[in-house]
Design a protein around this ligand. Structure first.
Ligand code: TXA
Ligand code: MG
Length: 352
């Protein structure tokens, strides 16, 4: 069903957005990571609308957003966790909330099943974004919110991306300008013997380990095994043109890029380049190359902010092949490298 999507702006847009959420409607809103597509987490029909609007597989559970640790604890069953896991919860919520860390814990019965995709656990976070917090406080309900893209598209980092994917399918978008981090939250499960990193994101594993000691990395699921996080098994966004990630020393990557661009030019193919500013002039090798340079080499924060928008731009401009210089990990770099590798669908080349 199509509907008119209202674009609401702060501060006056917050109360109408909260009223729409309370009425069971879908409202997209900014967080510090990406835009979320919110619905009343206590209302099964509203939650079902999220899956329909996004065309999201119903076995992929949603993150529930709240404004306080007390509100999170009301949805969790911390008493079902070990004493050690309860300590991780306390330390991590104190250190990183509000912030881009999602914690998976046993769920208290009460929320509709479809929020959790039937799992016995629930994913919780407090976003570090004034407008998101104002909306959550005004709505006075927990808000289920996946990223506000259609399934299979990059997560939105500006309101325009939300409208491109979901305009006409949701009641409103609260426009808070570009999001700060640009890649999604870190998802950490606290239900096993050791904490398990299900998705790298805005908070680095080093920062988490600095607080609670070693954590485990989720292994990719084998075909006959249920994945720890259902999201891990669903195909991630890949741009329309094949994306190659080139890793290696800067000189080797530059030489490889130059050779690729020369070959593309001869073949009459229009390339796109996603490279550090140090390599932006490589676009001259093949006139017509679309060059997107998020920041200097190693500036993972700048790459995080611009990665998803860059992937959308390459699609819009219809390039035929894309080359990206691999991002080194460290801090948010691990999350950026993860999303870039997934977008490349295995086309990773090490240049020597
Ligand atoms: O930064 C973010 O996390 C954004 C903003 C809007 O908060 N949200 C977001 O949601 O990225 P989404 O739905 O795109 O990703 C949620 C991830 C999925 O991989 C999902 O499988 C996982 O969290 N997840 C949710 N509930 C889970 C649970 N109970 N157990 C394991 N994984 C869970
Ligand atoms: Mg998503």
């Amino acid at each position: 069903m199509t509907q008119m999507t209202r674009v609401l702006t702060p501060p006056c847009g917050v109360n109408p957005a909260a009223a729409l959420l309370r009425a069971g409607e879908l409202v997209a809103f900014p967080t510090e990571t990406v835009y979320g597509l919110g619905a009343d987490a206590t209302n099964a029909e509203a939650v079902a609308r999220i899956f329909a609007a996004k065309q999201r597989p119903s076995d992929n559970p949603l993150i529930v957003h709240v404004a306080s640790v007390a509100a999170a604890e009301a949805l969790a069953q911390l008493e079902a966790m070990s004493a050690e896991a309860r300590r991780w919860w306390t330390v991590l919520t104190e250190a990183f909330w509000p912030g881009p860390l999602t914690l998976v814990v046993p769920a208290r019965p009460g929320l509709p099943e479809n929020v959790r995709a039937g799992l016995p656990t629930v994913a919780l976070r407090i976003p570090a974004h004034d407008m998101a917090l104002a909306l959550l406080r005004a709505a006075r309900i927990p808000v289920a919110a996946p990223s506000a893209n259609r399934s299979g598209r990059p997560s939105p980092t500006v309101a325009k991306h939300v409208l491109e994917d979901l305009g006409g399918r949701i009641a409103a978008v609260l426009d808070g300008g570009p999001t700060g981090i640009g890649v999604e939250s870190t998802v950490l499960s606290l239900v096993a013997e050791r904490p398990v990193l299900l998705r790298p994101g805005g908070i680095s594993p080093e920062a988490i380990e600095g607080k609670i000691g070693p954590i485990e990395l989720a292994q990719p699921p084998s075909a006959d095994e249920a994945p720890l996080s259902p999201g891990l098994k669903h195909q991630h966004y890949a741009p329309q043109a094949p994306l190659y990630v080139l890793e290696g020393s800067p000189a080797a990557v530059e030489a490889a890029l130059r050779a690729r661009l020369e070959a593309d030019c001869k073949a009459g193919r229009r390339p796109g380049l996603l490279v550090p500013t140090e390599l932006a002039s490589l676009g001259d090798v093949c006139p017509g190359t679309v060059v997107l340079a998020p920041g200097r080499r190693g500036d993972a924060a700048a790459w995080g902010r611009q990665l998803y928008a860059a992937l959308r731009t390459f699609d819009e401009l219809g390039v035929e092949v894309i080359y990206a210089e691999g991002v080194t990990s460290g801090g948010i770099g691990l999350a950026v490298a993860d999303r870039l590798r997934r977008a490349a669908g295995g086309r990773i080349e090490v240049c020597t």
